[in-house]
Design a binder for this molecule. Sequence first.
Ligand SMILES: [Zn+2]
Length: 295
Amino acid sequence: MSETAYMTHNDQLYRYLFDHYQVRGELVRLSDSYRQILSSQDYPAPVQRLLGELLVATSLLTATLKFEGHITVQLQGDGPVKLAVINGDHRQQLRGVARWEGQVPNSDKLAELVGKGYLAITITPDEGERYQGIIELDADSLAASLENYFAQSEQLNTRIWLFTELTAAQPTAAGMLLQALPNGDTDENQDFEHLQALTQTIKAEELLRLDAQDVLYRLYNQETVRVFEPQPVSFKCTCSREKSENALLQLGHAEALELLREQGQIKMHCDYCGNSYRFDNTDLQQIFNDSTTLH
Ligand SMILES: [Zn+2]
């Protein structure tokens, strides 16, 4: 075997199918994209772990899209973590942010972090209707909450495994998804149970460190698995100076000038990536002149 066979492939999403079962699988491990999402703020460790789980979950969910578009997975509640949200699209470009207040308990339990709250999944196709599903948070983990969501809203047998590891060198988050394909045959439940039992034996350290091919072999060596070409996953914020200009246009010239008078310059901050877009009087004149010549 060549040396590259032992290389770990982070920030790649693997999709796989089984020859004899109507079940699909996905596996992803993220480090660069995870590190970049964490770099925008000084998050407490439990919030970092929660964001890692949410990031992996959104990557896995985005990969189930049958069309071009994006998914937002959002946790909101009355606990110390007020909000945690990740947005990702069919190109596997992801961004996210969390807000918290006061002391965050060193816990992995959703109830202790987010408190009483809900999980909202918003699917926005590039073309077509937006769809939102919301469920109350009554499970201990994000993975279990997502499984409940799929059982309730899609009636699809789904299992999700999420793991994170925060080290000084690099944070890593990894996960797997197993889902019954719609229109599976009558043995669907039995098939799903069988594959779930196999997948359930995965250990955090295996998924966080082993090469994807090795993980799949270790879990499914008795099965015939078809693994598709992996898709790269990256951090990318969709904010831009142009979008900020459009927001100012929507605000209107008079309001924008008022803001400028109050603050000296208009600073628009993106929570997702920490970027700031600044506008002075000359910028405003240009933005509003350009818009009048356009119309
Ligand atoms: Zn941004």
